[in-house]
Write a protein that binds this ligand. Structure first.
Ligand code: ADP
Ligand code: MG
Length: 229
C-alpha cells in the first residue's frame, strides 16, 4: 500500500490534507506546485524567501477541506511582510470559522501562472465503481454543469473523447487572443488519474480543482484525496 495512504489509515483519517494529496499525486507523475509546511510565521517567511516571490499561503488542517471558505487561502504574496501578515490573517479567520480545528500550520507554495482552469474529479458509484469526471472550472461547472464522466479505467481514446465532449471545448482551443491549452497534456493527465485510482483502491474520492492548463503545462494547484471509511 502507498505509504501516504497507509499513514492516514493508521491515524484513522479518511481525508488527506492538500500537502499529502499533492505528494501522493506527484508520485503518479501529476504535476503540482511546490508545497511545504510551515508551522510558524517565521518558518513561513523563511520558506517563502527560499521559494522566491510571489508565493501562496494556505491553511493546513485535516478539519478544513474548503480552505477559501474559511479565509485560508492568500495568493500573490510579494514579500516577507505580506507573508507575515497573511499568516496571521489565515490563523485568525480559520479559527473563527472552525474553532475546534486542529491546525498543522500553513503550506507555502509557488504561485502558478494564471491559465485556463479545469477540474478533474473521481467519485465512486456504489454499483459501477470509480468514475472520473472532467470539466472546465468556474461557471462552467457551477452554473452550466458542463462536465463529462467515464468509468475507470480509461484508455487514451476515452480521454480524447471526454475532453472533446464538453460544450466549452472551444475555450481550450483558445479564444479572444488567449493562447490555446495543451489538450494532449490534459489527456495524459486524465490517464494518470485513472492509473493512480486503479493502483490505490483505498481511494474513494479525489478532486484536482483547479488544474491550470496552458500551452506547455497542466498543473494541479489544489488537490484533495478521500479514502473509504
Ligand atoms: P479551496 O480549498 O478553497 O478549493 P484552493 O487551493 O483551490 O482552495 O485555492 C483557491 C483558489 O486560489 C484556486 O481556485 C486558485 O484560483 C487559487 N490558487 C490556489 N493555489 C494556487 C497556487 N499555488 N498558484 C496560483 N493560484 C492558486
Ligand atoms: Mg480548490
Amino acid at each position: 500500500m502507498n505509504s501516504i495512504i497507509e499513514q492516514s489509515i493508521k491515524q484513522k483519517r479518511t481525508v488527506l490534507t492538500e500537502l499529502e494529496s499533492k505528494k501522493l499525486i506527484a508520485q503518479y507523475g501529476i504535476e503540482t506546485t511546490s508545497i511545504n509546511l510551515a508551522r510558524t510565521e517565521a518558518e513561513a517567511v523563511k520558506l517563502s524567501d527560499n521559494i522566491g516571490y510571489p508565493v501562496v499561503l494556505k491553511i493546513s488542517s485535516a478539519d478544513i477541506t474548503h480552505k477559501s471558505d474559511a479565509g485560508g487561502v492568500k495568493v500573490g504574496l510579494k514579500n516577507a511582510a505580506e507573508v507575515a501578515e497573511a499568516y496571521k490573517n489565515i490563523m485568525t479567520s480559520c479559527l473563527k470559522y472552525c474553532p475546534t480545528a486542529v491546525i498543522e500550520g500553513v503550506t507555502v507554495q509557488d504561485m502558478a501562472k494564471p491559465a485556463l482552469e479545469v477540474i478533474i474529479g473521481v467519485t465512486t458509484d456504489p454499483q459501477f465503481g470509480p468514475v472520473i469526471m472532467f470539466g472546465l472550472g468556474g461557471v462552467w461547472v457551477e452554473v452550466l454543469k458542463d462536465v463529462v464522466f467515464r468509468l475507470i479505467p480509461i484508455e487514451k481514446v476515452d480521454a480524447q473523447k471526454m475532453i472533446r465532449e464538453i460544450k466549452g471545448f472551444n475555450l481550450l482551443k483558445g479564444y479572444r487572443g488567449q493562447e490555446p491549452a495543451n489538450v494532449e497534456l490534459l489527456e495524459n493527465l486524465l490517464l494518470k488519474v485513472s492509473d493512480m485510482i486503479v493502483k490505490n483502491p483505498e481511494i474513494s474520492e479525489m478532486d484536482l480543482n483547479p488544474v491550470f492548463v496552458s500551452k506547455d503545462k497542466a498543473i494541479a494547484v489544489d488537490a484533495r484525496v478521500i479514502l473509504f471509511k
